[in-house]
Write a protein that binds this ligand. Structure first.
Ligand code: AMP
Ligand code: MG
Length: 400
């Protein structure tokens, strides 16, 4: 019997980050991918000194003592809007009408906002001074040339992709997506669209875990659900193993007569890393290895499978992807309501963290029930021996 932490350590010690990389064009398809190299900014952003407002570019000296009562009068030599590619030369006594985003000519040292002028077209009256350097966004003010914009191992999000786009990068080298095989087992399983007879159920693990694998950015190898016959399950695994980086199964890991994984895994000469975790739900999980590949066999109970997946499979997948901090975020927060059950064993419950408090769904908390998962965003981790919890008591939150 392993603790969650010792099991995780064992699993992670059998996972190495994938070395293969691929170079993909800059596009939303990169979301969630892991950068395989440091990326430096090839140019200053913004690339030129630009105006952050609509007004006039001019010489600060010319308007030093300007006021409403004694305006400065300047000759307007032209107009620069965003996208303007003309190099203007503005002499003392002159001004350039300028719009937000347009380049500020080298010859000007400030921009005055149009609200402090008469907005003149030929000549302009200026009603206030601006210090030298005022209202100019300098080239490179956002990102300097050669600054590190994406560190190797970073998970690309919209912010990173925005930075890459703003400096004109067209392609990114990322770690290959891990190929994860998913096999749900159970004589009772049918897929939606099939008719179920008395005693049969619709499979939910396949879709829930497929969705999570897609969200994580994996390449999904979805295997057709198999029965509790060890030969059939072993054959399916044998077919998937050479192509998959990691195999996940659900069902048949407990102590029942037909719990198939205990009989299917030996047919593959799998080495067992552990069986059973000191926690609820998901205690009967098995981890094994076949020729350097992990098979993580989760409980079939839908909530138990999800807890096993989030706490033990996700970190392994993140490590495969080259993520240098693969564990979920943890912190403590007060429980909004009470939780009346004692937790003899360490227990994980579905919950929703609203930024301040943790709410438990009113739905039942059984291992076999998915209800409440749809509105959850975290688990709470209750240590063995936790008595019933009163509202306001602090609990440990594991963000998903
Ligand atoms: P097992 O882990 O095979 O003992 O299954 C535990 C419970 O989970 C049983 O009630 C199964 O019918 C149910 N179960 C197993 N696999 C699935 C699945 N893929 N989707 C939904 N429920 C399942
Ligand atoms: Mg079963």
């Amino acid at each position: 019997m392993e603790t969650l932490e010792s099991a995780l350590k064992l699993i992670l010690s059998h996972v190495s980050p994938l070395r293969d990389t691929e170079t993909l064009p800059l596009s939303p398809a990169l979301l969630g991918r892991i950068a395989a190299k440091n990326i430096l900014c090839p140019m200053p952003v913004p690339p030129f000194d630009r105006s952050p407002l609509d007004g006039y570019a001019l010489h600060a000296e010319d308007i030093q003592s300007a006021s409403r009562e004694t305006p400065a009068m300047l000759r307007v030599i032209g107009e620069a809007c965003a996208g303007c590619t003309t190099h203007f030369s503005v002499a003392p006594g002159e001004a350039l009408r300028i719009m937000t985003g347009a380049p500020v000519p080298q010859s000007c040292d400030c921009v005055i906002r149009q609200e402090d002028t008469d907005e003149g077209e030929e000549t302009v009256q200026i009603y206030a001074p601006v210090p030298s350097g005022g209202n100019i966004c300098l080239a490179g003010e956002d990102i300097q040339k050669d600054a590190l914009i994406v560190p190797r191992g970073a998970r690309l999000n919209s912010g990173y992709l925005g930075l890459l786009s703003s400096c004109g990068i067209t392609e990114v080298c990322v770690a290959r997506r891990p190929r994860i095989a998913l096999l749900c087992t159970g004589d009772e399983l049918k897929q939606p669209g099939e008719t179920i007879e008395y005693g049969q159920i619709y499979d939910s693990n396949q879709l829930v875990l497929s969705c999570r694998l897609m969200e994580l950015g994996c390449e999904l190898m979805l295997l057709k659900a198999t029965s509790d016959e060890p030969d059939e399950t072993a054959r399916a695994l044998e077919g998937a193993l050479p192509k998959a980086d990691l195999v996940i199964t659900t069902g048949g890991v407990s102590v029942g007569k037909r719990d198939v994984m205990h009989r299917a895994l030996p047919l593959l000469s799998a080495t067992r890393l552990f069986w059973r975790l000191a926690m609820k739900p998901g205690s009967p999980m098995i981890a094994s290895e076949v020729s350097g590949r992990l098979i993580l066999s989760l409980s079939g109970n839908p909530f138990a499978a999800l807890v096993n997946f989030e706490l033990l499979c996700v970190p392994a997948i993140r490590k495969l992807m080259g993520d240098t901090s693969p564990l979920p975020q943890r912190f403590t927060a007060p429980l909004a309501g009470s939780f009346p059950k004692k937790s003899g064993q360490r227990r994980f419950c579905r919950a929703f963290f609203d930024g301040q408090q943790v709410h438990l769904p009113s739905a039942n908390h059984s291992n076999g029930s998915l209800s409440g998962v749809e509105t959850s965003n975290c688990l709470i981790d209750l240590p063995a021996g936790t008595p019933p919890i009163q509202a306001g008591e602090m609990v440990e939150v594991v963000m998903l």
